[in-house]
Design a protein around this ligand. Structure first.
Ligand SMILES: Cc1ncc(COP(=O)(O)O)c(C=O)c1O
Length: 371
């Protein structure tokens, strides 16, 4: 059994993906070829945004968004400590300081109630993360941001395809950033990402930043990066978009079945009633995680931990006065979370087998804890 099965997806899409890849090989425009613009149009339409700027990864999407907002040394950017490293890494790369706010223990997303207290005169932006495929509490976050005139970047690397109160992830704030890493809900066959915005000035800036800050060949009004998405990856994404809606339906069904099978046994994901979650990860909580994972491994069931160490406890983000105990919900989650196999082609039979193994492992872990 695979944790994420990309082979079944490829088998299903092979003629379409192969044809699209061959079309690129034939026309030979490997950088910024016509498929990139076509993809941007499709993604903008899907998310209801005016501008989509495809780029080289989710990390670069965040970097380009922060750069377009002019984030730099001395600035503070408020974000979640319970996320993939790229969220805070990009802030630090620009010389700014990530200021962490603890998460809501139920959803693992930034706790909007704690946001106000983290804002200082140096705050320049807020970067909520829509973790595991469920959007953060964006309306409440946008409200606090508006009070202070701050832009909001949704780190939607894991939530492309999800909706929040009926609106698509990536369209919910000043800029939305996503990732097309192969294992993401919409993934290519290498690195890829995109920024989304309604704001023309920011869009133009991100387009420039993506190509070394140039507005025309060899003229560089801005500092930029090499942040282009290559045409082959765009062609793969165009093929995958053709069945993405069907895959989302599968993801919702598979997530719901997992929850039905496991809710009495372990802590299952809490999806807010106004959200749809695309389950980039199906993440549960258990007690003795190491023992639990070993038992599942012995049954041939792979698991993963997203993420074992909250970012405020990572050496790279060490900050005076911030240590163990600073963000108790993030720390507790980091000790207990474990993700189960999740992809749109997971069969109900496999899910039942996984659920049975989870039940046995959880019971074993519990009785070991009592003895
Ligand atoms: C929450 C989050 N932010 C940012 C990223 C970075 O995306 P990429 O790996 O495409 O650079 C990821 C990818 O794992 C992520 O999960």
């Amino acid at each position: 059994m695979e944790f994420i099965d990309l082979k079944t997806q490829y088998a299903k899409l092979k003629p379409r993906i192969d044809a699209r890849i061959h079309a690129v090989l034939d026309h030979g425009q490997f950088m910024m070829g016509p498929e990139v613009a076509q993809l941007e149009q499709c993604l903008a339409a899907r998310t209801g945004t005016r501008y989509c700027i495809a780029c080289s990864s989710g990390t670069d999407a965040l970097l380009m968004a922060l750069m377009a907002l002019g984030i730099g040394p001395g600035d503070e950017v408020v974000t979640s400590p319970f996320t993939f490293v790229a969220t805070a890494e990009t802030i630090r790369l620009l010389g700014a300081q990530p200021v962490f706010v603890d998460i809501d223990a139920r959803t693992y997303n930034l706790d909007a109630k704690l946001l106000q207290a983290a804002i200082t005169p140096r705050t320049r932006a807020i970067v909520p993360v829509s973790l595991y495929g469920q959007c953060a509490e964006m309306d409440a976050i946008n409200e606090v941001a508006a009070l202070h005139g701050l832009p909001v970047i949704e780190d939607a690397a894991q939530s492309f395809g999800a909706t929040y109160r009926g609106r698509p992830s990536c369209s919910l704030s000043t800029i939305g950033c996503t990732s097309f890493f192969p294992s993401k809900p919409l993934g290519c066959y290498g690195d890829g990402g995109a920024c989304f915005t309604q704001d023309e000035t920011l869009a133009r800036r991100m387009q420039q930043i993506r190509v070394h800050g140039q507005d025309r060949k060899y003229r560089h009004p801005l500092l930029g990066i090499n942040g282009r998405l290559d045409t082959l990856q765009a062609s793969v994404l165009l093929a995958k978009l053709e069945i993405f809606d069907m895959e989302i339906v599968n993801r919702l069904r598979i997530g719901a079945l997992y929850t039905e099978l496991l809710r009495e046994v372990v802590t299952t994901p809490c999806v807010e009633p106004y959200n749809t979650c695309v389950y980039a990860q199906y993440t549960i909580q258990v007690g003795d995680r190491t023992g639990f994972r070993e038992q599942l491994k012995a049954e041939g069931i792979p698991t993963a931990v997203h993420y074992p160490v909250p970012l405020h406890l990572q050496p790279a983000f060490a900050s005076p006065g911030v240590g163990r105990g600073s963000f108790p919900q993030a720390e507790a989650a980091a000790e207990r979370v474990v993700s189960l196999p999740m992809h749109p082609y997971l069969s109900a039979d496999d899910q039942r087998r996984i659920a049975q193994a989870v039940r046995e492992a959880a019971a074993g872990v519990l009785s070991a804890g009592r003895s």
